[in-house]
Design a protein around this ligand. Structure first.
Ligand code: NAD
Length: 245
């Protein structure tokens, strides 16, 4: 219960899903966690568990600047915010393209750029960026702009890892397969046939089930901790066998 003792960790999109599970898991391991989300209501239950919360819209540079000002330096930055847009390239108009790029990629560039100087001052840090196995790893049908942006996340992660490896900074990406979350439920319902869609999503994973947010949070804790001191610039796949067997 003290694998992250003494570390300050900031999580984006901590209101629900993987971000929330990761904020709770890091707090359980002794980190001082700053849980942030654009949705203040979603943060309330974390506040009730004694976790520091703050409204942060990663699409808004002023909101990020205020978070740096208010939070100060952190040792761990988990950039979890992202949106799963559905459809092919023909469904993706300029507005949808711009929205997904801004939320999934540009916001991560902004967050890393804002929090890196504080990490460098402290002599090190671990940045964890949420990608997906649907990225440069594999494609999935109807995930055109999503996969493009998550491939970009892996690229920006490797670039940061390369540039700051000698200065104590590690930067890794996480590439989950399908994981239970409120937005996954929305996506299943949006297909019009919830049960068939769930069966199809389960069938993609050779392991025969969908992942749990807590299982991804365990990887986040590992990458946040000094146990992972020898890993940087890696896209860590955690997908129930979807892409590798
Ligand atoms: P989710 O999609 O259910 O929740 C997303 C959270 O992001 C919400 O709390 C929302 O308020 C917040 N958010 C939205 N816009 C924001 C903004 N501008 N600023 C700050 N917060 C914002 O959660 P999830 O499914 O666990 O997904 C979290 C991340 O994991 C995403 O980047 C997603 O692409 C990635 N991912 C999810 C899965 C999956 O199957 N669930 C698989 C691979 C990767």
């Amino acid at each position: 219960t003290d694998r992250l003792k003494g570390k300050r960790a900031l999580v984006t999109a901590a209101g629900q899903g993987i971000g929330r599970a990761s904020a709770l898991a890091m707090a359980r391991e002794g980190a001082h966690v700053l849980a942030t989300d654009v949705n203040a209501a979603a943060l309330e239950s974390l506040g009730a568990e004694g976790i520091e919360t703050r409204v942060l819209n990663v699409r808004d540079p002023a909101s990020i600047a205020a978070a740096v000002e208010g939070a100060g330096a952190v040792d761990v930055l988990f950039n979890c915010a992202g949106f799963v847009a559905s459809g092919t390239i023909l469904d993706c108009d300029e507005d949808q393209w711009a929205f997904s790029l801004d939320l999934n990629m540009t916001a991560m560039y902004r967050m890393c750029r804002a929090f890196l100087p504080g990490m460098l001052e402290r002599g090190g840090g671990s940045i964890i960026n949420m990608a997906s196995v649907v990225s440069s790893q594999i494609a999935a049908p109807n995930r055109f702009v999503y996969g493009a942006t998550k491939a970009g996340v892996i690229g920006l992660t490797k670039g940061i890892a390369a540039d700051f490896i000698t200065r104590g900074i590690r930067c890794n990406a996480i590439c989950p397969g399908t994981v239970e979350s409120p937005s996954l439920e929305d996506r299943l319902r949006a297909t019009g046939d919830y049960e068939a869609a769930r069966r199809a999503f389960i069938a993609r994973q050779p392991i025969g089930r969908i992942g749990r947010a807590e299982e991804i949070a365990a990887l986040v804790v590992y990458l946040a901790s000094d146990e992972s001191a020898y890993t940087t610039g890696v896209a860590h796949v955690i997908d129930g066998g979807w892409s590798n067997i």
